[in-house]
Write a protein that binds this ligand. Structure first.
Ligand SMILES: [Zn+2]
Length: 75
């Protein structure tokens, strides 16, 4: 998985988790499921949001190039 896909996956899980938590107004136990989905979005963020060349965390860097080594992030 490349950092861009990890980013999309993280955002998707956050949005889906948020929607599930909103649905908890109707059915309360959903708040737990929503929280799990949202937190699972942190896994691809920390695991795959790294530069493929130097292995450092890209953090909030959404650019095409790594801020640490200057290599292109997309493989
Ligand atoms: Zn790098």
């Amino acid at each position: 998985m490349n950092p861009r896909k990890a980013c999309v996956l993280r955002d998707t899980l956050f949005v889906v988790g948020f929607i599930i938590m909103l649905a908890a107004y109707i059915y309360e136990p959903l708040i737990v499921i929503g929280a799990i989905v949202m937190f699972s979005g942190l896994i691809p963020h920390f695991r795959y949001n790294r530069c493929p060349h130097c292995g450092k965390q890209l953090g909030r860097n959404e650019e095409k190039y790594c801020q640490h080594c200057g290599q292109p992030v997309d493989e």
